[in-house]
Design a protein around this ligand. Structure first.
Ligand code: IPE
Ligand code: IPE
Ligand code: MG
Length: 254
């Protein structure tokens, strides 16, 4: 039985989010510079996007560049921006062929004009697709997103469009960059770091977290299948007791 066959397709995570980490270390291990690692990371992105589309995953969010990553050496930032934009442009045809809709979350004002324009085009050209939703987190950080949300909530309250007593979890969600997407159910981080690094802090409240030592440029569909199988073995309790969850499952089956 292959790993893929071990996946229960009726219990797939609806939304998978990935912190694609380890490109720099991977490159160093090959005696190359960091950009070489980013370049090879693109092949993993293609492979994982294809893997998610084949399985029928609804949403895949990829953390490609954080707000804090702007503070890296300028050659790395420039090289990475060019690579990201170039890749997105080249992949539009494949995204359309596979019915994949591209979304971007992040502070796009920080991007150079050429990058923002290319991105807008790619978003437009894939906007009619109805299959996998591919969300690129670009110049994204969760604290940036939350600050932004609070500013907009405050402005709407001031303008009388929103009453303070109306603010609840649903209305907060509407002010986040991820308002169109369900919360991730599975969050994967590659390359051995056990942290969230300012990624989807609000949305990951009840996500199952999966950490692997595999560096992002080595991460392939088989690694994704392992993560999904692991996810399917977890008991998601959402604060309830294990007994309550078993009871719920029994009632759902009968
Ligand atoms: C992830 O790999 C890609 C980005 C953060 C842009 P890194 O570049 O962080 O690689 P490491 O963690 O230094 O190995
Ligand atoms: C998180 O990785 C950001 C992305 C993968 C885009 P980092 O490599 O920037 O995170 P830290 O610095 O190790 O926490
Ligand atoms: Mg890193």
């Amino acid at each position: 039985m292959s790993l893929k066959e071990k996946i229960d397709i009726n219990r797939l995570p609806r939304h998978i989010a990935i912190i694609m980490d380890g490109n720099g270390r991977w490159a160093k291990e090959q005696g190359q510079d960091r950009l070489f690692g980013h370049f090879h990371g693109v092949e993993s992105v293609r492979n994982i996007v294809e893997g998610c589309a084949e399985l029928g995953i609804g949403y895949l969010t990829l953390y490609a560049f954080s707000t804090e990553n702007w503070d890296r050496p300028v050659e790395e930032v420039t090289g990475l921006m060019e690579l990201l934009v170039d890749t997105i442009r080249k992949e539009v045809a494949t995204l359309n062929k596979n019915n994949i809709k591209l979304h971007v979350i992040g502070d796009l004002n920080m991007l150079p004009d050429y990058a923002r324009n290319e991105l807008k085009e790619a978003l437009d050209e894939t906007s009619h697709n109805t299959g996998l939703n591919l969300v690129m987190a670009l110049s994204y950080s969760s604290r940036w997103e939350i600050v932004n949300a609070i500013k907009n909530i405050a402005a709407d309250v001031k303008a009388g469009k929103l009453q303070p007593y109306e603010i609840d979890q649903d209305s907060i969600k509407d002010y986040l960059a991820t308002k169109e997407f369900p919360d991730p159910e599975l969050m994967i981080r590659t390359s051995g770091e056990y942290r969230i690094s300012n990624f989807l802090l609000y949305q990951l409240a009840y996500a199952e977290l999966y950490f692997t030592q595999v560096r992002w440029p080595d991460f392939r569909k088989e690694n994704l299948y392992e993560a999904i199988i692991d996810f399917q073995q977890r008991e998601r309790r959402f604060g309830k007791t294990g007994e309550q969850i078993s009871q719920q499952e029994k009632t759902a089956i009968s």
